[in-house]
Design a protein around this ligand. Structure first.
Ligand SMILES: NC(=O)c1ccc[n+]([C@@H]2O[C@H](COP(=O)([O-])OP(=O)(O)OC[C@H]3O[C@@H](n4cnc5c(N)ncnc54)[C@H](O)[C@@H]3O)[C@@H](O)[C@H]2O)c1
Length: 250
């Protein structure tokens, strides 16, 4: 039977790359995206790999939509994998100029939604003998310098610590990737408009395929609690849980 992966924000950007990467590795995919057309387009591409796919129009900030995502995965016989990929900055102004509703929605998107969806997949994953959750954080969630979207940075920092805090949950491994700026179409357009000095400061863009490869490796054999940082142009940093990690009761 085909293992089923849920990808949030799978209709575009990095999520779409991950969806196609996992389809190429033989996974069936539930493409969950607030953009229904994008979800359907990606699901059709996934099916082109000869694996099952479902498109689910879902806003991951809505609990009822999260239930529908998991129901779609169950219908396909899963899920075995969850990639909490949907995320992003507050549209327009950032904290503290943004209203509580605006910055709260960013924390909901980048931290609360992955927490809720992880809770929802535990039971069906265990019923299939275990599974893997990969959270997509950001280098914006790491460090001690000022950052342009404090609420996004704080939510991603929370997502990283959530991952290392959870580790493995009774057969479900929770892991995290922490990419710097990824070379998606939008980034290449921005890159073209930047000065040489700005490009030097930001470092090279990360090819999306490198992020996808790390996600695939973690799903295949990453230890629960592993956090992988992907800097632009530098080597990966793997933060693996220590031997003898005491688990949730420690
Ligand atoms: N792009 C980068 O350089 C970069 C760098 C580091 C981390 N990240 C992280 O990678 C992930 C993907 O980033 P991206 O640039 O591909 O994002 P994106 O803005 O291109 O969005 C990807 C998809 O998510 C969907 N989406 C947005 N809000 C949603 C919601 N509420 N519910 C469901 N779907 C929703 C969009 O419709 C889109 O199809 C995010 O978590 C982001 O924080 C991105």
């Amino acid at each position: 039977m085909t293992d089923i992966a849920i990808i949030t924000g799978g209709g575009g950007g990095l999520g779409r790359e991950i969806a196609l990467g996992l389809a190429g590795a033989g996974y069936g995919v539930v493409v969950a995206d607030v953009d229904e057309r994008a979800a359907h387009t990606c699901a059709a591409l996934v099916e082109g790999y000869g694996v099952p796919a479902r498109a689910v129009r879902a806003d991951v900030r809505d609990d009822a939509d999260l239930d529908r995502i998991v129901a779609a995965a169950r219908e396909l016989g899963g899920p075995r994998v969850l990639v909490n990929n949907a995320g992003g900055w507050t549209p327009g102004r950032q904290y503290p100029a943004a209203t509580a509703a605006e910055w709260g929605a960013t924390i909901q998107l980048n931290l609360v939604a992955p927490m809720r969806l992880t809770q929802l997949v535990l039971e069906p994953m265990r019923a299939h003998g275990g599974g893997a959750v990969v959270n997509v954080a950001s280098s914006g969630g790491v460090g001690f310098d000022p950052y342009g979207s404090p609420e996004y940075g704080a939510a991603k920092a929370g997502l990283i610590r959530l991952t290392s805090s959870l580790g493995a949950l009774d057969g479900v491994r929770v892991m995290c990737v922490v990419p710097d700026w990824i070379g998606l179409d939008r980034a290449h357009a921005q890159w073209e408009r930047m000065s040489a000095a700005e490009r030097d400061r930001s470092g090279p863009l990360i090819p999306p395929s490198e992020v996808v490869a790390v996600v695939r490796d973690l799903i295949r054999d990453g230890a629960g609690g592993t956090v992988v940082e992907l800097p632009g142009g530098g080597p990966l940093t793997v933060h693996a849980p220590r031997d003898g990690w005491p688990g949730r009761s420690g």
